[in-house]
Design a protein around this ligand. Structure first.
Ligand code: C5P
Length: 218
């Protein structure tokens, strides 16, 4: 029997991971955070000190293992990096690393494998357009850049990290620009994705809205 897949794409800070995690819980599906995988590779690239722009420096990819545990922890080569991959340094380097062909090939194949074996809610940038073009339901979550920056800012304060709102906003704008203009599988709404603007909605409102749509479609 075919497994069900829900694709959730959108720009940085649109609420994809928060919403996808809750959807997966309600549906009893597995949640796959593909951004965490690109962040984990970025973590290793920076640890190795490679020139991240240089495509030929990525041979390490072949013997790198990336694991997402059921409780949403992230491991690189069996070493836990769940917290580390959320740093500003990783966020500011991940778009370069994720534009590298060998990196995308490895992670996309890993993502497809997981979706073949499980019912999944998968979030990212190219899930509906590239990773799972036949996903049962595709969402494109969006919100104004001010709302998205404000969410990141509040997330940081909650964790006790002091940050600068304007800086966060500029970093988000830059990352969206790089992600949507890169050559390989850029951030784009799939033609058959349902776009939801979350700017004025609470988390519960978004989850309920998406659940209604999913129940109607699968
Ligand atoms: O979702 P998150 O903001 O953690 O993603 C981090 C980065 O990983 C994105 O800015 C993008 O460069 C990359 N990414 C990607 N394709 C995906 C998911 C994330 O290129 N499917």
């Amino acid at each position: 029997e075919k497994n069900i897949s829900i694709a959730v794409d959108g720009p940085a800070g649109a609420g994809k991971s928060t919403i996808s995690k809750l959807l997966a819980k309600q549906l009893e599906f597995i949640y796959i955070d593909t951004g965490a995988m690109y962040r984990a590779i970025t973590y290793k690239a920076l640890k190795l000190g490679i020139d991240t722009q240089d495509e030929t420096m990525y041979e390490f990819i072949d013997d790198t293992s990336i694991t997402l545990t059921k409780d949403n922890r992230v491991l690189v080569d069996e070493h836990e990096v769940t917290e580390e991959i959320r740093s500003t340094e990783i966020s500011n380097n991940v778009s370069i690393v994720s534009s590298i062909k060998t990196v995308r090939e490895k992670l996309v194949s890993l993502q497809r494998n997981i979706a073949e074996k499980n019912h999944v809610v998968m979030d990212g940038r190219d899930i509906g357009t590239n990773v799972l073009p036949n996903a049962d339901v595709k969402f494109y979550l969006n919100a104004s850049v001010d709302v998205r920056a404000k969410r990141r800012y509040l997330e940081n304060s909650k964790k006790g990290i002091e940050s600068n709102f304007e800086q966060i906003k500029q970093d988000i704008i830059k990352r969206d620009y790089l992600d949507s203009t890169r050559e390989l599988n850029p951030l784009r709404k799939a033609d058959d994705a349902i776009e939801v603007d979350t700017s004025a909605l609470s988390i519960d409102e978004v989850v309920n809205k998406l659940i209604v749509i999913i129940k109607r479609k699968v």
